[in-house]
Every structure is written in structure tokens, then in C-alpha cells.
Write a protein that binds this ligand. Structure first.
Ligand code: HEM
Length: 147
């Protein structure tokens, strides 16, 4: 998908990915991948009786991605500014959790067939935000450093 894609006001990632339904499908694949492959990360999320990440959370994340990737700003209209650091303050995020999140997103992007310049752009943006959300030190590394 989109080897020669370039970001711009008329060509946001939301459009290049195929629009709102495609972006919402990416969010669903992301949580499905997380449930299958990253149990520790999935366990931090609200889940239903079947152990699936809660439907409401899936839908809010999908709506957030639509706006964050340059589509309609319905998330903002309904829930206000995402304030991502604040909304993750109660979730302990170290570099292992960051990487688990990014691996889940990489699977979802692989399954969606996102490659080329669009993929490079999205990988970089997700990596940037996920790193910015780290809010606890990496204990193991600190212990190693302390000998
Ligand atoms: C870095 C690792 C990350 C972890 C461990 C993580 C974990 C979580 C958890 C546990 C929740 C649910 C919070 C709750 O139930 O109260 C959540 C919600 C959310 N996360 Fe993350 N997250 C991460 C990265 C990201 C990134 C990179 C983004 C955006 C690109 C993001 C966007 C969101 C949004 C928008 C919600 C709110 C969904 C809602 O309204 O229910 N998260 N995250």
C-alpha cells in the first residue's frame, strides 16, 4: 500500500489507508494481535467475559486513530483532546511495554498490507508517541547497571 505516498494536507495517512472503516479495522487487528501475542500488555486493558479487549475501548481507539491520522475529528468532538500522557498515567509503561505495543501495531499494519513510505511514516510516528508515553523506569536495566 502506497510506496510513493507523501504526507500532505490533501493526502493524510487516514486517506492513504483507505478511510475511516479501514482505520477502524486496523484498530481491531491491533487489539486482536495484542490478545494473541502480548498477554502482559493485554492484561493491562479492560476486557470482556471472553477475555477480549473491551468493545468500547476498541471503538474509542479506532475513532482516535481516525482523527490522529488526519481524518474526521469525531474523537475530539466526543471525548475532547486525547491528552495521551494523562490518559496513560495509571498504566505503568516501561520500554518493554512500549515495545510490546509497537509489536502489536506492526502485526496489525502487516495484516493490513501497509508498506513503503506510508509504513515508514506510521512506524516512526507510532514509535515516537509510544516512547513519549513511557512513565516508569526500566527496572531490570537499572538493576543490571547497579550490578
Ligand atoms: C506505549 C505503550 C502503550 C500502552 C502500554 C498502552 C496502554 C493502554 C491502556 C491499558 C489503555 C486503556 C486505559 C484504560 O482502560 O483506562 C489505553 C488507552 C488508550 N491508548 Fe494506549 N497504550 C500505549 C500506547 C499508545 C499509543 C502509542 C497510542 C496512540 C498512538 C495510544 C492511544 C490510546 C488511546 C487513544 C486510548 C484511549 C482509549 C479509550 O478512550 O478507551 N496508546 N492504552
Amino acid at each position: 500500500m502506497s510506496d510513493d505516498w507523501q504526507p500532505g494536507p490533501d493526502n493524510p495517512p487516514w486517506r492513504a489507508l483507505g478511510g475511516t472503516e479501514a482505520v477502524k479495522a486496523l484498530a481491531e487487528r491491533f487489539y486482536d494481535a495484542m490478545e494473541r501475542t502480548e498477554p502482559a500488555l493485554a492484561a493491562l486493558h479492560k476486557r470482556d467475559a471472553q477475555g477480549k479487549v473491551d468493545r468500547g475501548s476498541r471503538e474509542r481507539f479506532g475513532l482516535f486513530l481516525v482523527g490522529w491520522l488526519g481524518g474526521p475529528q469525531d474523537y475530539m468532538a466526543q471525548y475532547g483532546h486525547p491528552r495521551l500522557r494523562m490518559r496513560h498515567a495509571h498504566v505503568p509503561i516501561d520500554s518493554k511495554m512500549r515495545d510490546a505495543w509497537l509489536r502489536s501495531m506492526a502485526i496489525a499494519l502487516d495484516e493490513t498490507g501497509v508498506t513503503g513510505s506510508l509504513r515508514a511514516f506510521l512506524d516512526a510516528r507510532f514509535a515516537q508517541v509510544a516512547d513519549f508515553l513511557r512513565n516508569v523506569p526500566d527496572e531490570e536495566q537499572e538493576e543490571q547497571a547497579a550490578g
